[in-house]
Write a protein that binds this ligand. Structure first.
Ligand SMILES: NC(=O)c1ccc[n+]([C@@H]2O[C@H](COP(=O)([O-])OP(=O)(O)OC[C@H]3O[C@@H](n4cnc5c(N)ncnc54)[C@H](OP(=O)(O)O)[C@@H]3O)[C@@H](O)[C@H]2O)c1
Length: 264
């Protein structure tokens, strides 16, 4: 994407303190975007902001827990106050959980929903009128598990499926207001999310995560998101093996269930 396309664009990125969100922040900064960076850990957000400024971009750090609607509103309000509006909201903050549904604590499973789904809805609700004003874009960082439920990750899968339900409906409604919605569904990405994952009791996970297929780099995901925003795509599934799995699931869901149970 050319620098011109993002020059001066006012962009909210949640989950900007690490992983995909941090990489996106640094890349969008190089392209001239003005960023509002949100996550819980202020120190790590400040590190992202230093990188953003070194790359020639502008960054406003607003630490917030996305499960708190008032905190999400403050993030958006402070960004709009500084930059005069909002053009893009990248709803990326998320946590994972691993464990059999026979063992997982129900409150812990719903905590994943509160961060991944409720958190995105809170941020979107805080941002929507500004996105309508600018004819802006919403980017949802979902997952391949939002396309195909994965054993051992039921709560995580559910939180991503919920995002698809909400934002697929939102896409149709928002089109009438000139707002575009992109949902991105990566497979495994090389970040620390698996180490930070919740275990069945809601505490830190004790087991080593197994990845399947090629693990994407954060660079690949960030570049895919940039091209999806530029081309105003509806949905992106990556890598190719993920697209193949989605196709097989439409043609033969029983076979795909069997395949997934063997792979994961
Ligand atoms: N890595 C993968 O394999 C993979 C695959 C598909 C999709 N994804 C999705 O990609 C997104 C980013 O994940 P990642 O891999 O970059 O993970 P990560 O490195 O663990 O980063 C997660 C980010 O979310 C923030 N976050 C977590 N809970 C939050 C809360 N309650 N309020 C505000 N911010 C919160 C974290 O910051 P704080 O802890 O400081 O709050 C951090 O900045 C997630 O939505 C994830 O589901 C990841």
């Amino acid at each position: 994407m050319s620098r011109y396309a993002l020059e001066g664009r006012r962009v909210l990125i949640t989950g900007a303190s690490a992983g995909i969100g941090r990489d996106l922040s640094l890349r969008w900064a190089k392209l001239g975007a003005r960023l509002v960076l949100c996550a819980r850990s202020e120190e790590e957000l400040e590190e992202t902001a230093v990188g953003v400024r070194e790359a020639g971009g502008e960054a406003l750090v607003v630490p917030a827990d996305v499960t708190d609607p008032e905190a999400c509103q403050e993030v958006v309000d402070r960004g709009v106050e500084l930059y005069g509006g909002l053009d893009v909201a990248i709803l990326n903050a998320g946590i994972s959980m691993r464990g059999s549904i026979l063992d997982c604590d129900s409150e812990a499973m719903l905590r994943v929903m509160r961060v991944n789904y409720d958190g995105s809805v809170h941020c979107f609700s805080a941002a929507r009128k500004h996105l309508v004003q600018s004819g802006g874009q919403v980017v949802i960082v979902s997952s391949l598990t939002g396309k195909k439920g994965i054993p051992g990750r039921a709560a995580y899968s559910a939180s991503k499926w919920a995002l698809h339900g909400f934002f697929n409906a939102a896409r149709i409604e928002l089109a009438a207001h000139g707002v575009h919605v992109l949902i991105v569904c990566p497979g495994f990405v090389d970040t620390e999310i698996r180490k930070r994952s919740l275990g069945p009791d809601g505490g830190p996970v004790q087991t080593q995560a197994k990845t399947v297929g090629r693990v994407l780099s954060v660079k690949e995901v960030s570049e895919a998101i940039l091209s999806g925003v530029h081309q105003r795509k509806r949905e992106m599934v990556l890598p190719g093996l993920g697209r193949l799995m989605c196709y097989l699931d439409r043609v033969s869901p029983r076979f795909t269930d069997w395949l997934v149970s063997r792979m994961v």
